[in-house]
Write a protein that binds this ligand. Structure first.
Ligand code: SAJ
Length: 418
């Protein structure tokens, strides 16, 4: 089939390349000309799509990248994989709307449009369909098919491959579901049909709200057990021996990324809008998780104070600035807040992030350094935010005056864990 994938980021590019590999003719559409030029040159910006795979489908002509909307004409099926950010706590669906309008301009009778972007229940029927109908003059369910199929990209997840992860699929009617399921059956080992888009939209939000709430529970508990003098890390390991009814979560300096700190708030926002009542678990989880960087800074200040040092003027080294281990993504990373707070208290804040050479293209309020023995030894306090595999933790432990280890990876008289 002639496929368009609108949005060529960490969700759209893997789908577009895989669709091309299984035999579709795919146009990867993105509004960012720089990204399109990179892709057209065979340079992948998505860690789970090696450039060699991208070049292979470019060479066969089964994949092309474009920023030119006119190149979308004639598609049989289009997938929208654009960002859905929060703006001051409010879902911003602008990218969905503009993509739908562009796809609507080229929508033909018999074609299908699938929304993959994470959003609140009702978006497919309340926003996607009207926008497509208005732009095309066609009618959903009569002239064209549509549905929702949430993405389940897990960056760097070595256990579950892209095509090995079960894929929820839904349609606005039976015909839509049939077409959409057939498309995804050609790409994923398992597809899971549900009764309609709202169920699929909600299922996705349940997945990440589950994580966000449970991470916040273990984060809050960590702040309390630290004062109780009980080792929560050992207790979690012990609880994790339970073979059923338990899912392991560990404390951290905060919850970053473009999924967890965002998706649950789409749900709580919609509930507040529709029912005028709070989704209390999400509000509490967000409060706890958003305040973990403040807790980290409090622990650093208290430890400096015990050693007769003032945070004002103290040299502090942050290790691991990305939001996830061994990742290159800084989005919503707690390190930004930790650096901002410490700088505000007068500290000389340095950061070592081996996955982002010399801090290229970042705006963190800190000085980028390497985690050399000299840098570590010269710091009044070291904070391990993300325990990247590239860190030599035993060497860091040997050279550091004091470490707040947010990942429970080190031990010694100079080590404190979160
Ligand atoms: N985190 C903790 N404690 C935990 C787990 C995570 O503090 O026990 C923190 C991480 O340090 C990170 C943040 O939460 O800052 C998010 O971590 P994540 O493992 O959820 O990673 P993400 O944001 O890449 O989440 C994505 C999600 N995938 C989709 O939404 C399709 C999530 O559902 C996956 O479980 C996750 O990838 C994954 O497992 O890789």
């Amino acid at each position: 089939m002639q496929i368009v994938v609108a949005g060529q980021g960490c969700v759209g590019l893997p789908l577009a390349v895989r669709a091309a590999e299984v035999g579709h003719q795919v146009v990867g559409y993105d509004v960012d000309p720089h990204r399109v030029r990179q892709l057209a040159a065979g340079d992948s910006h998505v860690e789970d799509v090696p450039s060699a795979r991208l070049r292979a489908v470019l060479d066969t002509g089964s994949y092309t990248a474009t920023a030119d909307a006119d190149a979308l004409a004639g598609y049989d099926l289009a997938v929208i994989t654009v960002p859905t950010p929060l703006r001051d706590g409010v879902p911003d669906l602008t990218y969905i709307e503009t993509s739908a309008r562009t796809l609507g301009d080229h929508l033909r009778p018999g074609a299908t449009v699938v929304l993959e972007s994470t959003t609140y229940p009702g978006t497919t029927e309340e926003l996607l369909l009207p926008t497509l109908e208005q732009a095309s003059g066609l009618y959903a369910g009569v002239d064209f098919q549509a549905g929702f199929s949430p993405e389940r990209i897990a960056p760097g997840n070595k256990r579950w491959s892209f095509e090995g992860t079960p894929k929820l699929v839904s349609g606005i009617d039976a015909k839509s579901l049939e077409v959409i399921k057939e498309f995804y059956d050609g790409i994923f080992h398992t597809t899971v049909p549900v009764s309609g888009p709202r169920v699929a939209e909600l299922a996705k939000l349940i997945e990440n709200t589950f994580r966000y709430v449970n991470i916040s529970m273990i984060n809050e508990l960590a702040t309390l057990t630290n004062r109780l003098g009980v080792d929560i890390w050992e207790a979690i390991d012990a609880a994790d021996t339970k073979p059923f009814g338990f899912t392991r979560f560990t404390p951290g300096p905060g919850v970053g990324g473009h999924c967890l700190p965002v998706d649950p708030l789409f749900l709580s926002w919609k509930i507040q809008q529709e029912l005028d009542v709070p989704f209390r678990f999400v509000e509490l989880a967000d409060d706890v998780n958003q305040n973990m960087p403040d807790y980290v800074v409090r622990r650093v200040v208290e430890a400096l104070d015990k050693r007769g040092l003032d945070v004002d003027g103290a040299r502090i080294l942050l290790l691991g600035l990305t939001y996830k281990i061994n990742a290159t993504d800084l989005r919503n990373s707690p390190s930004a807040r930790v650096a901002e707070l410490l700088t505000g208290l007068g500290a000389d804040v340095r950061g070592a992030e081996p996955n982002i050479p010399d801090g290229a293209g970042t705006e963190l309020t800190l000085r980028w350094v390497d985690a050399t023995p000299q840098e570590v030894a010269a710091a009044d306090a070291v904070v391990l935010l993300m325990d990247h595999s590239r860190f030599d933790l035993p060497k860091i432990q040997r050279h550091a005056a004091w470490v707040l280890d947010c990942r429970n990876r080190m031990s010694g008289a100079n080590i404190e864990v979160l």
